[in-house]
Design a protein around this ligand. Sequence first.
Ligand code: FEO
Length: 170
Amino acid sequence: MINAKVRELLNQQINKELYSAYLYLDFSNYFEDRGLDGFANWYYIQAQEERDHAMLFYRYLQNNNEKVTLEAIAKPDKTLDSDMNVLKAGLEHEQYVTSLINEIYAAAYEVKDFRTMQFLDWFVKEQGEEETNANDMITKMELFGSDPKSLYMLNNELAARVYTAPSLVL
Ligand code: FEO
């Protein structure tokens, strides 16, 4: 039995990760419309990774015989009015997700739920990587975004990203 508060937070995280997938699909859509297919590819793959995250929380609850309750996924709510603002919205969102993971971890720690803490360890590391990636995107855009040739090359670099399944398997 998972503690009620921990279970509720884990269940909510399924929704938060699916919202993340939806948000990044919106980012991908924005860049597709801009003609920046590499950026669009990068966020399309990010959306796939977020869906994977949702599935990991779903599977973890299922594997522990806990009931999953699926709620409505909110409409993406970020204002996508410039390339840089999209990238900054991405970093802000990842920092928010990190705070959510930390909140679940703290709840599990409080009730000595070592199994959930171990499960969350992968996400703690993943969030570090996701914040680094979001920061790197902003830095590169600051450096190269205003020069069309450099933006073209950056777009090509991001077009090379390929989807890989998460290293955590449940
Ligand atoms: Fe699933 Fe980008 O956090």
